[in-house]
Design a protein around this ligand. Structure first.
Ligand code: FAD
Length: 289
């Protein structure tokens, strides 16, 4: 089922994000986690992608395996900034062969090109979105940023650009992770006022340590509320204490989002199952979904 159809069917939508494992050992762990997460019957899983080297093909291959072997509905991420139109066409043909009908259309990070040069066929995700929609083969989603994309001068300007992406055919949006729900709700209001009416799935991730928190705040420019910062500092170095604190924080955040009208949840799993399982269990214990 295409994700758009699932979103239209109503009820909350739950999804997990994976990335292609890099080593054989990681692959074994990854499939263990994926099998555990399959038991929760998510509406879809998504597989990240990087512009560099063979990764778009690894994303396609892994997406195919997750669909054919484990029975997940899969959204393949596809970045465009380092690809030509011909390459994008080839990757799409590969995805289609794998039975993939859902793509998250992305520009890709300019600072993360591993020596590749932007190819200039695509400068923005909206252009990729338009090309994908034209094929008629895929349901297309896009990324959005409740605290604004780091390169955008203002949230208002970012939302104006987002409107172009939706007009190009993005049928739903998945947010950058955030730790303060006020940003999500403010973003929804501003997006609606700008005429964006597609579902916006909030992306949630439990933090695993102080260093990770610092990396995210620096790289993604997302705010960390004081209570979260204090907890992460308090439990850093204590694996069990950190797990419990982070899962509790993310569970409370998720429950509030769903109660506040979010159409579902997209959990950034980092290819692990334990935290995602605990969060969904907590959420389902708190509210009827
Ligand atoms: P765009 O929508 O193109 O926006 C990028 C910037 O350009 C924004 O500041 C926007 O305001 C601006 N802009 C857009 N259109 C115009 C225009 N016409 N003129 C001027 N400015 C414009 N990265 C990966 O490498 N692999 C992944 O798998 C991946 N998955 C992601 C999943 C999610 C849910 C999210 C939120 C991000 C993901 N990213 C991934 C990161 C993403 O590639 C980066 O954040 C990237 O910098 C922007 O991608 P985008 O698709 O949002 O770009």
């Amino acid at each position: 089922m295409k994700v758009t159809e699932r979103l239209k069917a109503g009820g909350k939508v739950f999804s997990f994000e994976f990335y292609p494992p890099k080593t054989e050992r990681d692959s074994v762990k990854f499939f263990e986690a994926a099998r555990e997460l399959k038991k929760l019957n998510p509406d879809f899983v998504s597989v990240t992608n990087s512009s560099s080297g063979a990764l778009p093909y690894r994303t396609a291959a892994l997406s195919g395996v997750l669909k054919a072997e484990l029975g997940f509905e899969v959204v393949a991420h596809l970045t465009c900034v380092a690809h030509t139109r011909a390459e994008i066409k080839e990757i799409c043909a590969r995805l289609k062969t794998m039975g993939i009908r859902n793509i998250l259309a992305l520009r890709g990070d300019l600072h993360n090109l591993d020596g590749l040069q932007p190819r200039r066929d695509y400068s923005y995700a909206s252009q990729l979105t338009a090309d994908l929609v034209k094929t008629g083969d895929f349901s297309v989603g896009g990324a959005c940023y409740p605290e604004k994309h780091p390169e955008a001068p203002t949230l208002e300007e970012d939302i104006a650009r987002l409107k172009e992406k939706v007009a190009a055919g993005a049928e739903y949006l998945i947010t950058q992770l955030f730790f303060d729900n006020a940003f999500y709700f403010r973003f929804l209001e501003k997006a609606a006022a700008a005429g964006i009416n597609v579902p916006v799935l909030p992306g949630i991730m439990p933090l695993t340590g102080y260093k990770q928190m610092q990396n995210f705040t620096q790289l993604m420019k997302v705010a960390v509320p004081e209570a979260l910062r204090r907890g992460i500092e308090r439990w850093d170095g204590d694996k069990d204490g950190m797990f419990k604190f982070s899962v509790d924080y993310a569970s409370a955040q998720a429950a509030e989002l769903l109660k506040g009208g979010a159409p579902g949840l997209h959990l950034y799993t980092l290819n692990r199952s334990r935290a995602a399982i605990a969060i969904l269990k907590n959420v389902k214990g708190r509210i009827a979904v």
